[in-house]
Design a protein around this ligand. Sequence first.
Ligand code: G6P
Length: 381
Amino acid sequence: VTMEKQGFRHFMLKEIYEQSSVVRMVLETYISNDWTAASTTSPINLSLPAEFYTDLEQVQIVACGTSWHASLVGKYLLEQLAQIPTQVHYASEFRYAPPPLMPNTLIVGVTQSGETADTLSAIAMDKQRRAEKTPQFRPRLLGITNRMQSSLARLVDYTIDIQAGIEIGVAATKTFIAQLVAFYCLALDLAYRRQTLSATQLEQIIGQLWQLPAQIESILEQQERQIEELAHEFTETQDFIFIGRGINYPIALEGALKLKEISYIHAEGYPAGEMKHGPIALLDAKVPVVAIAMPGSVYEKVLSNVQEAKARDSRLIGVAPMHDEHAKEIFDDTLPVPVVDEILSPILSVIPLQLLAYHIAARRGLDVDQPRNLAKSVTVE
Ligand code: G6P
C-alpha cells in the first residue's frame, strides 16, 4: 500500500488527526452496541475464552517507550475500575530481574509493532519459566498490538487488536490512543465480571467513551492554530518540564517523550507532587512547565503544585478544563480540553501535548517523521 500524507505536512500530523476515527473504530469493535444496565452479559466483547478470566488475581504488563506509558494508564484503570493489582515493567528490565513467580497472573505484552525485541524476549522468558509449572502458574499471555501478524501475536495465547491502521511517524500517536482505548475495554470487561462497578456506573462510563471521538475532533479544530503559534515561542527553549498526577501522570511522561523524540529539546515528565523533591531546583524563567490539570480528585493539588512553579518565574502552560476562569488566571497559556470524567481525561489531555511537540519540532525544521537516532520498531536488544 502506498501511504500518502493526504495534504498534511507530515505523517505524524495526519496520524494525530486520525485519532478520533481510531477511537471510534476501537469502541465499535469491542463495545456491544445494544448493551444496557439491565443486560446479563458484559458490555465489552473482546472474544476471550472463559479460562482467560478464571481465578485471575493480578496483572503484570511489559512494554517499552510510548507503549509503556499507555500501560501505566492501563494499570490505573485495572486497579481503580476492576480492583485488580497490576504492575507495569519496562520489558528490558523485566527480562533480567523478573518478579517472583505468582499464580493466576495475566501477563500482558503491549507493543504496537508486535516486534520490539525487549518486549518479545520478556514475554518469551516468562512463558518459558512458567511452562513446566502447576496449572495455576502456567502462562496466561495477552498481547495488545496493532499487528495481528506480528511475532508478539504468535507468542501469546490471546490478543487485543488495537486497529489503528499503519502508523508511519516514528513518534507514536494514534497507536497510543488506540492502546488506551483497548485498556479501557479490558478494564471495563474485568470490572463487569468482578462486579467492581455497578451496571449504572458502567453505563455512564461507556456513554462518555462514545463522546470522546467528537471531543477529540473539537480539540483539533479549535486548538491547532493556537498551539502552532505558541510553539513559535519555544524554538530556542532548551528544557521543558511536564507535570501531572494520578491518571494524568503517564500523560505528562508521554508529553515529555513526544517533545524530546522529535524536537530534541530536553523534557522531563514528573508527578506534580514530586517536584518539590528535586526538579523544582531546575526551574527559572527559561524552563517552561506544562501542567495537566484535569478536574477530579487531584485538580486542586495540581494547581497548587503549579503555583510553586510560578513562584520560580517559570512560564506556565496548562492543559486545563475549557471555560475555567481559575485555570486561566494561574496559567500563562491554557490549552483547553472539554470537561470529562477524570478517568477518561487522558484520551483528551494527550492531544494538545502531541500538537505542541509536533509544532515545536516542525517549526525547528526537523524531520518530524524520522527523528535522528530513533527507529519505528527496535528489533534488537
Ligand atoms: C521505538 C519507537 C517508540 C515506541 C517504542 C515501542 O522506540 O521509537 O515510538 O514507543 O519503540 O514500540 P512498540 O512497537 O513496542 O510499541
